[in-house]
Design a protein around this ligand. Structure first.
Ligand SMILES: [Ca+2]
Ligand SMILES: [Ca+2]
Length: 149
């Protein structure tokens, strides 16, 4: 199997339920860091992930026609990686953290589009963060990748 099929299979196994966002959901929460814009839509697989770094605040978009965005960044063993994601209202977007062996390390799939995860890196190397539009409106999202050590 190629990398895309593996990723698609993995995602199909963990798709979440979800309802429309509540009418009075808050807007973007405060997400800080070095500002990074999604620069390409050729970012739908681990092998074509956009390279970012810890300390980035990423702005991008997903929708029914652009279901997946993938970002990659380097981490050090023992580093605590914290991801916060806000996809705005009306959409249900989920995030997944993969290692370089294409195994899922963390999943955040709340109803709606406010997601977060913490991962204590077990190795020095590359991690892959997958943003997936699950259902609902198009989403322009803000996502921070931070480390507390
Ligand atoms: Ca996108
Ligand atoms: Ca994409």
């Amino acid at each position: 199997m190629n990398k895309y099929i593996i990723l698609a299979l993995a995602l199909s196994l963990v798709g979440c339920g979800g309802t429309d966002a509540e009418e009075n959901s808050p807007g973007f929460t405060s997400i800080s860091g070095k500002s990074v814009i999604e620069t390409t839509e050729d970012n739908d697989t681990i092998s074509t992930a956009q390279v970012v770094s810890i300390g980035s605040a990423i702005t991008g978009s997903v929708s029914t026609s652009d279901v997946i965005d993938v970002y990659q960044f380097d981490t050090k063993k023992g580093q605590r990686v914290e991801v916060n994601f806000d996809g705005g209202t009306g959409s249900d977007v989920d995030i997944y953290l993969y290692n370089s062996d294409y195994n899922v390390l963390r999943i955040s799939h709340e109803d709606g589009s406010e997601e977060s995860m913490v991962y204590d890196a077990s190795y020095t190397g590359t991690l892959y963060l997958v943003v997936k539009h699950y259902e609902g409106d198009d989403s322009t999202y803000q996502m921070s990748i931070a480390s507390s050590n």
